[in-house]
Every structure is written in C-alpha cells, then in structure tokens.
Design a protein around this ligand. Sequence first.
Ligand code: C2E
Ligand code: MG
Ligand code: MG
Length: 645
Amino acid sequence: MNALMRILSGDQSCFGGPVLDEHDAARARADQINALCRYTRGMMVVNIVSAIVFITAGMQTGQAEAAVSWGFVVIVYAAFVYLKATRPRAAVTQMSERTIRRAVRNAFVLGSLWALLPIFFFDSGSTALQLLIICVCTGFLCGGAFVLASIPIAAIAFMLPIVGALAFVFLGRADPMDMLVAILMFMYLFVLVRAVVSHGHEMLDRLAGKYSAQREAKEDSLTKLPNRAALRVVIDEASARLDRFGDPFAVFYLDLDKFKSVNDDFGHFAGDQLLVQVAERLSACVRDVDSVARIGGDEFAIVCVGVCSPKAAMVLAERILKAFAVPFIVEGTRRVNATSIGIALAPSDGRSAETLLRKADAALYRAKREGRGTFCFFEEADDTLVSNRRAIERDLRNAIGTDAVYLEFQPFLSLDSDRIAGFEALVRWNHPERGLIGPATFIPIAEDAGLMQELGEHILATACREAATWPSTMRLAVNFSVVQFRSEAISGVILKLLEQNGLAPERLEIEITESIFLAQAERAVEILEHLSSLGIQISLDDFGTGYSSLTSLRKLPLNRLKIDRSFVNEVTTDPECACIVRSVLGLAANMNISVTAEGVETPEQLAFLRMNHCEEVQGYLIGRPLSASVARNLAEHAGLVHCAA
Ligand code: C2E
Ligand code: MG
Ligand code: MG
C-alpha cells in the first residue's frame, strides 16, 4: 500500500528513477506540474473538439443519445478543467504529493472517459465509426503520453484505461484481424510507457542538477553556510518584514583575527578546518530564526532578527566572543582565534543589504583597530574612516615601484670610533594630494592589504642599490615586517639582491620587532636563523616595548638590540629608565649582543650612553633621516665625521 501511494505520488525511484531529498522532490513536483499546466488548456480544447466530432458521428448511428450524453460529460469535464487552468495562480516553487495524486486522478478520469468509446460504441458502430474510434483512441494515447510525460505515472494512469478498453473489445472478438490490432495496441502502449518513464527520469535528473547548481551558487562549499549572494536575500527579506510589520534586525560583520597566520603557519587545509569550526560555533550561538553566512575568506555575517536595541545585539556579540575564547583544534593543536565584530542596526543605520553590510564592515574596521577580539556598533565617523583607508590602499597599490615611495637614510654613530657606522633605511610616501605619509600610517595598511611583500621588495632593492655606492665598511639596516617572513621565498629575494648589488651579507642588518612572536611565526624564526647562518645580521628594533622582550633574546639569532627611544628619551630625567637602560646594556654585553640606543636627541642622553659603554647611537642629535644623496655624501666622508658631543 505504501509503495502504491509512493508510485501515485510521482516517486520515480520506484521505477529506478533518481532519488531526491524531500526539499528537492517538492521543488521537482512544482516544476512537473508547471510543465503540465503549460499544455492543459490546449489539451482540453482538443478533448472538447474530439467530443464534438464524435457526437456528430454518433448522431448518425443508433446510439445517438448515448453519444450525446457521453460527449456532454466529456465537454463539461474538459471545460471545467480548462476554466480552472485559466485562473491566475501564484507562482509556487514547492508542491505536495497530494497535488501529484490529484493530477494522476484527473488523468485517470479523463482516460476512462475516452475508454468508454470502444466499450460502448465499437461493437455496434459502422466501419467508419470504428475507424474513428480507433483513430481517436490512438491519437489520445500518443497525445496524452506526450502531454503528461512530465509526470509519468499520470501519463500511465491516462493510457491504461484506454488500452484496457481496446484490449477488452479486440480480445473479445474472434476475428484474427482484431487480434493483430490488439497486438499493435499493446506494442504502442509498451513503447509509450518506456518513453514516458525514461523521459520522466531524465527530467528529474535535469531538475536535480539544476537545484544543486542553484544551491551551490548560494552556498559556501566549505562551510555549507549561505554565501554573500544568499545573505543579501536574507537581509532583503528581513528588510521587507521591517517595512510590513516593523520588525527590527541587526547585521553582524565578523572577521577572524590573525586568520592569515593559521594559513601561513599550518597550511590551507588547517585554515579550512578552522573555518568549518568557526561556522559551527557561530551557528550554535544564534537562534534558528537568525542566519549565519560566510561572505569571504575569513569573513562571516549574521542577520539577527527582532533586535530592537543595541543592548540586545550586545548580548549576542558577547556570546560570540565568549564562544571564541574556547580554543579551536587546528592540526591537533589548541589555538585561540578571536574574532572582531562590527554591528549595524536596522532601521537606525539603514534598511538595504548594501548599506547595512557597508556600515557593519566600517564598524568592524574600528573594532579591529581598537584591539581585536571586540565589537563595535556603527558610528557615522566610521564611514569616512573606512573610505579613507580604502582610498589610501588603492593609491598605495599604484605608488609602489614609483618615485612617490622612496627611502631616507638615518645614520648610526659608533661611539667606539666616533664615526658613522652605517644607515637605517626608512621608507616614505609622497602622496600627490595628501602630502608626505609616514610609514607608521601606511605600513599597517600595506600589511593588511597584502601589499607588504611587494613593498618590502621595492624597499630592499632600493636600499641595496644605494648601499652599493657607500664605502664597503658601511652597514645597511632595513626594517622588515613580520608579514614578509611568511614565505620562505624572502631568503631567495634577499640573497639575490645582495649578490646583484655586490654587497657582502654581513653588511645587511635586518631589523625586526617583537611582533614576530605575536604572529606565532615559528617559520619566521627559522628563516631568520637561516639568514643569520649566511652572515646576515639580525637586529631587534624597539627593544623593551614588546611583551616578550626576554623571550626574544632567547629565541632569535640576534646580533643587535635597539633600545627603544621611549627609554632613551627619559634616561636623564627618570632614574628608573636610567636603571633599565644600564641593565639592558649589561645584559647585552653578557650575551655578546651589540646595542644601539635609538632616539638620542640631547647631548646629556649621549653622554649618559657613552658613560655606560653603549657602542652605538642613533637619533636626531646625530642625524635626522637624510635623502639618499645627502646620505651618500655623508657616507663618503664618514671617516671625517665626528660627533659634536
Ligand atoms: P623604527 O625602525 O624604530 O625607526 C625609527 C623611527 O624613529 C623613524 O620614524 C625615525 O624617523 C624616528 N626617529 C629617529 N630618531 C629619532 C629621534 O631622535 N627622535 C624622534 N622623535 N624620532 C626619531 P619613521 O621613519 O616614521 O618610522 C617609523 C617606523 O616605521 C619605524 O620605526 C619602522 O618600524 C617602520 N618603518 C620605517 N621604514 C620602514 C620600512 O622600510 N619597512 C618596514 N617594514 N617598516 C618601516
Ligand atoms: Mg628600525
Ligand atoms: Mg625603533
């Protein structure tokens, strides 16, 4: 019974057809019925005309009354179906099994009406009428099969009574000719059923393919969450509900902190693992009525409905941050990956998907700047901040490699010899409209925008070219961003540039900061060790400002420490600072690491450093960052330059 119901409901898997899940099956039913509806009215007209033709022919026989009664029933039924089909229908994308069963029943009723023709009129009819009956039955068999082919079981339900009636009539007669006609009929039925069933399978296969392609277009293939396109639809729907019922909602824009370093340190497979876990965790944080989507590499969004105040949105934001405090498991290791969140509220911040996403993104940008692992609500000032940054990013992309991005060189003074020992290359950007932009502003933008490799290579190439013009004793210090050590290719780039410019590895000093440990860059340390083994000098910049200064001394292959200028600044005014600087100098001497004191601005500071056996100093007192030509000139006469102090 169950199997019969399934067959009558159009389940083609009973005949070896494709198996669809319930959602796709409901969509397929709607498409099948829609395909059928396209022919319904034409088919009913054919029924009515055929009935009229038969009534006309039947009037000339002894069964005129029966023919008219039969014809009347067919015409009324067909007219009823025709009128029903002309009624405007709402576009339906899903249909129930009952709808298919109703279509099967209607097909059976219509087929049965035509089956009455051979049963009641064939035996008593003239040869001409018999010919007409056979002609009509064959026509309806083929036409019905074609029109109903989108629902094979309906086509079979239509054909069966007609063939059954023909079989009943022909097999009941002794004439061998009739037998032959009966055989032909069965053969036609067989061919038609085969054709209808295989067409039905093909149609379902095609529909299943279409549904999965549509799903893929709206779904993120890794996390199975809706993608950006689908998210827009969700926001549009929420916005429509806001218009009709006044339901407010919030859009959360999330970006994983330091996701790139997971990819770089553990590989893309590990990055994917993390994203899947993040998707699960976010989905667990929201209610069923809310939607989570993945809208970019490590960017997610949430549409939270019924949020009528910032306080309500705050509850969800705090829940998410709390969920992210639990470590994720990446490649078997536990790892905390916080997320930053930007929130836009509808209707106060806007109604359209575009506006809300843009504003949530702008708020996210501020959340990242305010220390990551936190959330921010959109504020009007965010818009200008983000568009400003975007503009800088775009301009920087175009400026790298041009003269607008250039280097200045700040000298180091050796206190042993009182001579210039070398220069530190400091990058500058002369923006056509904004004027001079300092590295502290644009280096972080280049890092975030993925421009640091290109910019770093441009800086190093320019610096090496310049250093090649200096006396061979002069050291060249170049600042490196930790981002540049994500790829091992950096070693090759450095060595190639040294060779091209004829610089000995010992003349290059790589300046790095302790942020290298924040990025968990084990690989960066390995690369530095390799470069150090080739003779390149490694220097730790801004020493004392990082969170793991002493760890750095242990883990990095260091040749030099640069004491941060915040200590040097107060060395003569703050006894604690003086104490720290003295201790660092002692510690470095014990570890056989050279020291440069940065930011020396006064003769008193220099005198203090000299007295405490600091080997090298750098700062405005000795020299400000200089243009390449002035630095070259200074380098040539370095032997003659003595510090005023
Ligand atoms: P840093 O490497 O510690 O460079 C020293 C900064 O302090 C420079 O600022 C320099 O102009 C400034 N300075 C030097 N002496 C004194 C002084 O006596 N008093 C004061 N008040 N300041 C002094 P700048 O050029 O703005 O660079 C800022 C930071 O930007 C640098 O700090 C470095 O971390 C980064 N940077 C500069 N150039 C590059 C580069 O080519 N690549 C990378 N990755 N970072 C760079
Ligand atoms: Mg530096
Ligand atoms: Mg520094």
